[in-house]
Design a binder for this molecule. Structure first.
Ligand SMILES: [Zn+2]
Length: 111
């Protein structure tokens, strides 16, 4: 994977950054470049600690789980979290009992 986005006009990957602009070497199209979402996205827990892919977090309060009758208990450990693309307020992960959780980061603390 390259860091540069594909050209919005010809969708080739032969693009490069020229200052704040992105330029396509193939068709010459120029557009305002954006940093890749992953680099711009900073996910923080309830204490403001940065969370990254694969972190272990602890749930800081009892939470209802959508589609499950089992609440997620305070103190539950979620290992190997996954970040949600373009969403700094949620992470995905599995507890021992519940798989496929999507959790608000404000209810989590880095373990
Ligand atoms: Zn192009």
């Amino acid at each position: 994977m390259s860091d540069v986005p594909v050209c919005p006009q010809c969708s080739l990957e032969n693009t490069y950054a020229d200052g704040a602009l992105m330029v396509c070497a193939d068709c010459g199209f120029e557009w305002s470049g954006e940093a890749p979402a992953q680099a711009a996205l900073v996910v923080r827990d309830s204490n403001g600690n940065v969370l990254v892919q694969g972190d272990t977090v602890t749930v800081i309060k009892d939470l209802k789980v959508k589609g499950s009758s089992i609440p997620l208990k305070q103190g539950t450990v979620i290992r190997g979290i996954r970040l949600v693309e373009d969403d700094a307020e949620h992470i995905e992960g599995n507890s021992d009992k519940i798989k496929g959780l999507v959790l608000k980061t404000c209810f989590l603390r880095k373990a």
